[in-house]
Design a protein around this ligand. Structure first.
Ligand code: 6MZ
Length: 381
């Protein structure tokens, strides 16, 4: 890792803040800020618990501990109205971080007074109503929880396919998520879903070679995490060779892996192999609320720890669009937006950052840095 000053980090973050970004792996109930939880009636002690995890420097925590945190959201998101507020707030957060394309994923849940169908309707409504329409395009991925029985997942799939017929331009994908130390991957369910939806599957978040092989053989459109895929990170040589044959785009969530303790440090993160071998990947936040991150921060981390020039990450974003579940027309529009930004804004921001360097006094820069830190949590980098 190169040695850089805090000012350089700030300049890099500024570039990535302004870069139009693409988010392909964000769980709705893991993406809520404390402000949103407060708005939804979360208790002070629950928010304090949340802050403890998200505002301290990342140290390893067990997966169980991290998964326990989702209950903070579930305790307050029990009605279609609260689902709507949560989804709207999350979309706004991403838009403010200059995310121009968001695939939001969530597991439909029923509650007293709310069916799974109501839940999906509320998220679709939030996607249709948000105020940042010209800034961000949002699609929905519906998740199946791996802890659920096969029968339960089959029923959930029936509902998802029915809702997709109703909202074909919004509901674009299906995901398998949930605590990777529990439950199972059922091929037949995803075989059926494949005819209608893009498929993304959490894969190799923990070591499980036989399941990883089944997922790779099935061939989803994308996989999430891929932490234990490369042999240097505990994966089997056979599965890595299978992966190299298939080159399935990876949704890479650095801070999530560090905080959940499945990756030792940022420098050790397996994204290194994807960068070195030019394999397809996109940088994602996973659960920006639970892990106290932003997409800008995740980009800055990759830049910092893997010594990439900003142009590399611009290209990664451009390529991510082709892995998305948007329509061909939408992909073209998004890629055109990125090219325009590169031609017009990229040179300006590079020179503005350079000028800021030259013109600001060290005291000015420290004030700027403090302001920026509130947004991007540079202390954690
Ligand atoms: C696997 C995860 C996850 O669906 O209620 N989820 N599944 N690995 C991860 N890495 C840390 N992070 C979140 O969002 C929260 C749910 O998403 C899944 C878990 O099932 C969690 O309960 P939704 O919107």
């Amino acid at each position: 890792m190169k040695v850089v000053s805090r000012r350089q980090i700030m300049a890099e973050s500024e570039y990535f803040k302004q870069l139009p970004k693409v988010e392909l792996h964000a769980h709705l109930n893991g993406s809520l800020t404390e402000k949103t939880l407060e708005k939804l009636g979360c208790s002070e002690s629950a928010i304090a618990e949340y802050e403890k995890l998200t505002r301290t420097a990342p140290t390893s925590r067990s997966l169980q501990e991290c998964f326990g945190l989702f209950s903070q959201a579930y305790n307050v998101i029990k009605s279609p109205e609260s689902v709507y507020v949560a989804a709207r707030n999350v979309i706004e957060d991403f838009a403010k971080d200059n995310v121009i394309y968001l695939e939001l994923r969530t597991t439909p849940r029923a509650n007293v007074g709310m069916t799974k169908e109501d839940y999906i309707e509320a998220v679709v409504k939030a996607i249709g109503d948000h105020e940042y329409k010209n800034k961000i395009l949002v699609k929905l991925i519906l998740s199946l929880d791996r802890r659920h029985s096969k029968e339960e997942s089959e029923k959930a799939l029936e509902l998802i396919l029915r809702m997709r017929e109703k909202y074909p331009s919004v509901i674009k994908g299906i995901d398998l998520c949930g605590n990777p130390e529990e439950g199972d991957f059922h091929e037949t369910i995803f075989e059926k879903a494949k005819q209608f939806l893009g498929i993304t599957i959490h894969c190799a978040e923990v070591k499980n070679d036989s399941e990883v092989e089944r997922i790779l053989m099935f061939g989803p459109n994308r996989i999430g995490h891929g932490t234990y895929l490369h042999p240097e990170h505990g994966g089997s040589q056979k599965n890595w060779e299978l992966y190299l044959e298939k080159k399935i785009p990876l949704e890479c969530c650095l801070t999530s892996n560090i905080i959940c303790g499945t990756t030792k440090s940022y420098q050790d993160h397996h994204v290194r192999h994807w960068l070195d071998l030019k394999l397809p990947f996109s940088i994602c936040t996973d659960d920006k609320g639970v892990f106290g991150t932003t997409l800008t921060k995740e980009y800055t981390l990759v830049q910092r720890h893997f010594d990439k020039i900003p142009e590399n990450l611009w290209k990664m974003t451009y390529d991510s669009i082709s892995h998305s579940f948007a329509s061909e027309r939408e992909k073209q529009d998004l890629q055109d937006q990125l090219i325009r930004w590169f031609n017009v804004c990229h040179p300006k921001i590079v020179s503005t950052i350079q000028n800021a360097y030259n013109n600001y006094t060290p005291a000015d820069l420290d004030i700027l840095l403090e302001e920026h830190q509130r947004d991007v949590y540079i202390n954690d980098i």
